[in-house]
Design a protein around this ligand. Sequence first.
Ligand code: ZN
Length: 496
Amino acid sequence: MDFNVSRRAVLGTGVGLGAGLVTGTGTAAATRGAVAIVGCTVIDATGAPPRHDMTVLARGDRIAALGPARSVRIPGDAAVVDGRRRFVIPGLTDAHVHSSGIDTVDPPLYLVNGVTTVREMSGYPTLHEWRRRVAEGTLLGPRSVIASPLIDGSPSLWTGLGAPYVEVADAAQARAAVRQVAADGADFVKVYSRLSAESFTAIAQEAHRLGLEFAGHCPDAVPVTAASDLGQRSFEHVFTTWYATSGHEDEIRRALSRLVVEAGDYNGWLHRVHPLEVTAARTFDPRRAARVFRRLRGNDSHQTPTLVMHRVLDLPGTVDADDPRLRYIPAEVRAGWDFAMQEIYLDGRTPQEAAEHEELFGHRVRFVGALHRAGVPVLAGTDTGTSYVYPGFSLHDELELLVRAGLPPMRALQAATRDPARFLGLGSGTVRQGAAADLVVLDADPLADIRNTRRIHAVVVRGELITPERRDAMLEAVAAAARTVPPGVAVAGCRC
Ligand SMILES: [Zn+2]
């Protein structure tokens, strides 16, 4: 299979799966009338203690009432969910996804996993079409905030790899690119690793002038503190930030400024930054880190660690070739995953580098703990679309890794609810009267063990109830779609 196979979908012309198939993913008509979750424990993700024996009443797309079960009147038309011994949390946000472009796969997988909002980190026309269909009710899917195609320097890491990207060689092209993606409807500008400092600064200025935010990778040529001061809203993954927390920062920055990468040589770039990452990790300086973290916090710059993605790339041995979730992944998508894994990530990795990657993953986890303790806001994101990171499912793995990094379960929950809602300007991300009726009903307490976010009983999305039976049917429909999706529909994976 060719990594370029999905150009048609990138251009928005290859989407053959129409709305007709979507009706097959639900077993019941929409239950938008009212939904009452009765007798539940509410964990509203504000940090307040859990409230027991509550009733949450959703009507339309809002929470109409929330109170002690004995005091909330349940209307006759309400679908009732038995909330006793169950826990209600806000719908989850995955703050870093790259959906495959297959409408019968990604949207339902997000929802059955309780992911009711996603931040798409590289935009293309199909994603905007999905959003229109979600709004008009012809596609059941999460809310989305959609990036521009990534804007990279010249030469770009993405040349010839099939993913949507824009290449800019200087400040004038950078400004023009920002105007173009704004005209195309991007919600924010995605910046990428090989931008020159001049182009990056021009993007920051032009985005600011147009009232657009920018987020993404911190370019190799720009220190994270400078990018943060220029207004970069979020930094993705755990790599570039730690150059600035190294006692060898000057030496690392000199090496970065000399770094040359050929067009499309993503693998070569990874190989060249690898020793710099190792140096940065081994020379972490807590006093420098305190200064850097203070600056990031002061600028309200967020970090999206995507530890679950790093685990795949750092510890490829943890990938399970028989993972039961693979039944939901179309063969073409999986082929793209394997191509990226072999050709981009692992090609030429020496045994010494493999050992260093193991070490790096430990550092990444500890680094996230340090970010958290310093009060730098952390968002839960997965980088779904990268090899063996699964839509919906992997967010729960990320929550588990955030807790392993040192976030208390409540903080991990907030990193997937209240905090991204505030970051994206999408409501409160909490459970309270008047908030969006995006809810997850769990069979076990996520504060006792964060892994319990996987124990999903039901999901409410914009007031629509996904019962356990409907959830099972949706999963079966995804498995069926994954077996039959025609080639040429998926968008190439691996867009970091
Ligand atoms: Zn990404």
